[in-house]
Design a protein around this ligand. Sequence first.
Ligand code: CA
Length: 509
Amino acid sequence: MIPAAGLVLTACGPSTVELPNVIYVFPDQYRNSSLGFWSDPEFAKLVEWRGDPVSTPNLDRFAREATVLSEAVSNCPLSSPHRGMLLSGMYPERSGVVLNCMSERPESSLREDAECIGDVFSAAGYDCAYIGKLHVDFPTKNNPQRPGSYVSDVVPEWDAYTPPERRHGFNYWYSYGTYDVHKHPHYWDTEGDRHDVDEWSPQHEISKAIEYIENRNAQRDSRKPFFMMVGINPPHSPYASTDDCDLEGYELYKDKSLTELLVRGNADTTMAKAAAARYYFANVSGIDREFGRLLKALDEAGLTDNTIVIFASDHGETMTSHSTADPKNSIWRESLNIPFLVRYPGRVPHRVDDLLLSTPDIMPTVLGLAGLGERIPASVEGRDFSAILRQDAVQPERPQAALYLRNLDGERDAEGLVRGFFPEARGLKTATHTMELCIDREGRLKRVLLYDDVQDPYQLENLRPEEHEALFASLCRELAVLLRENDDVWYRTRVLAELIPYDDMKNQS
Ligand code: CA
């Protein structure tokens, strides 16, 4: 059958151009190693670390039809800052989302005037759908069901309703801010009506995505191609009991020992959190099943060949690695490295690439893949690497490093609201090393993390800068370039200028 979607008139001429549909699925806190295919020899030989012992048959099949990026980076590995970068193509200081969004942080919210990925697809003639977790808006008292109040009575409020004027081009809406009761989720639809659901949220969201693909209720304009983002919340915490997880997935892990499950060389199975691994992996396998259902629906609708499908996440999960209780917001691989799989039949070949894709690169790269490279807004700070994914004859220069950022709350005002942010750490990931510099509130160096990721893939040995002077100096030079290119607050205020040669760029590219 010939799909109705995909033909649109371009503004620049009488000819018709076939534009692909685009589906971007990104579970929350889904780490790159939690993909079963990393344990397959074809893939395992390409990375220095072990994949988690998870069952993800649908993603394994998908990976063999996709380009798999092994080193994609969530530069500020925290929910809202990642999503701000993903949607706008800008680093947090320009996207507006510098901290996780909640009612006491009025200065962290996606800029209403930012030209976001949905705005561009919409302007290019796409029908645009957003399903699931958004978490980029400062919650206000705009509850459509109870005007003048937040969407719940929780203090501070984290969840939010996103009104039409803040939806950035998405004309079909079935979403919420942030809410972590996986089996009783809720959503606001296009009209602002609220839906409370008693179903595991990934299952419900994939069903909504399938309805949209099938256009069962005329949700979309079938004459247009579509762009759909599905922000799934699990395997995000809580992951403490079967109340939180997919039961079918749980069967696969419930009898396994923690040492069988936590195989990374830096895992700490003595931590109380280690027991969460069974539930976390249960959710990973549940998401795989749901993702498989989505791909099947796409097949049955005859849309597979003309649809770009991407599977990614917003950041990783440490799951006891480095003995830290914080699942994210750190430079360690488990937190920084995200899955990134792109399938575009006939256009993007199956291969594994160690491209250091940064989060702000995602928007321009997706637009480039869809043939909309000329519409990438000037405000976008990331780069279009679609030519590398397609393996074009002419390709852009590959990035040598990706920037890492960690911001904490700034001071609170008399009303208890957070004003500004404290840029606690900056760092970088290169092909071979990871380095983070962390400061105290007076701007003095508090800690250095420095790892040789090739010799020490689990980042067990923190190298001492004084014993690796040339390496440390070279990484500081590289960090200076990244901070300057990104006009980061560390560059503007010359943080740790005694180490980072901000103004000595003579020998830098
Ligand atoms: Ca998150």
